[in-house]
Design a protein around this ligand. Sequence first.
Ligand code: CTP
Length: 403
Amino acid sequence: MLTGKTIILGVSSSIAAYKACEIVSRLKKLGADVWVVMTESATKLVAPLTFRTLSGNSVITDLFSEELAKLPVPHISLAKKASLMLIAPATANTIAKLVEGKADDPLTTIALAIKGPKLIAPAMNSAMWQNVATAKNIKKLKKLNWQILGPVEGKLACGDEDIGKMMEPAEIVVEVARWLGGSVGLKGRQILVTAGGTREAIDPVRYISNRSSGKMGYAIAIAAREQGAEVTLISAAKLPDPLDIKVVRVETADEMLKAVLKYYDEADVVVMAAAVADYKYQIPNNKLQTIPKSKIKKTKQGLVLSLVPTEDILKTIGKMKGRKDKVIVGFALETDNLIKNAKKKLIDKNLDFIVANQPATFDSDQIKFSIIDKSGKVADYPLQSKDQAARAILDLAACWCCP
Ligand code: CTP
């Protein structure tokens, strides 16, 4: 997706510098030409040779080196070459220098000459991030057209659990791809999506179900197909088959479980957008639990139905998850304590991330949602079309499954 793009990656001296190695290898796998420029202190944390090996290009630590002598004016040549500059990690000192327009090392010199998109992923101790001086500098940096990625909350090098952690490399790469007019993409990936509300029969004419329309799952399946994925859609919804997508029709939670297990192994990404019934009717005196042939007749005594839990499909596949790059995405539909309950489901079901939403979503063409990832980071998304939401969800899934 990034073939033909040149990215200058500035690395300054935060302990997160080792994560810049993952950024380089992800960008390279997407086809980008990556040039790493390091501050002197960053070279004490990660050897330039590591970046040189990963990027296949000379690492810039000195603009007057023999290696760069073949370029006419090294810092200008490199800046002109760049489709985008990313600084990750960016320390408070580097940020301050960018604000002042200083050019006293190769990183800040090249940054000053960049005309294209400029992204920065700060990483530092929470006190340094919250310091008024840094806060002011970040405001100024935004005015200078720098896009600020993160930082996020998490365990910091000093042991504190607080804000200041660099955004995950996978997510940074998604932002880079977006700024270069594309997405990480799912070309050639196998995607398994479930959609709709399952129906649990009571008799030949009645069933227990829920209000899910299946529109969100269908939007995800269609968006994944558009990104070049091979899609299998396991549907309990009453919507027509989308073009070019393998659709497996199911009705009950048990049938959906069976279908998911059949396609699970080959899937790179599983998105459980279906509203699976949590209970099914326990048919009396029917060992095989087949749907009775006769309708339950009305009586004056009323009717008590005995319900038994269905198997939690997501929990089952979450337990099976072996491959590190397989991505499992769940949905959480909550009326109360949206984020708290969704976080609990994320952990209980061993998911990579969960999409938390509320009942207003039912049957609507729009959705307001939050995505919570494994690190506990919560990202809120405003009301938008389900097609737009599907693309955001897949962008994230793509970056997690891109090794
Ligand atoms: N899910 C599942 N199998 C079930 C029930 C739910 O795979 N038997 C999946 C849904 O597809 C969704 C996630 O689990 O991706 C959360 O579903 P949700 O209905 O929000 O929560 P539950 O786990 O059913 O818990 P509760 O109904 O108590 O909120």
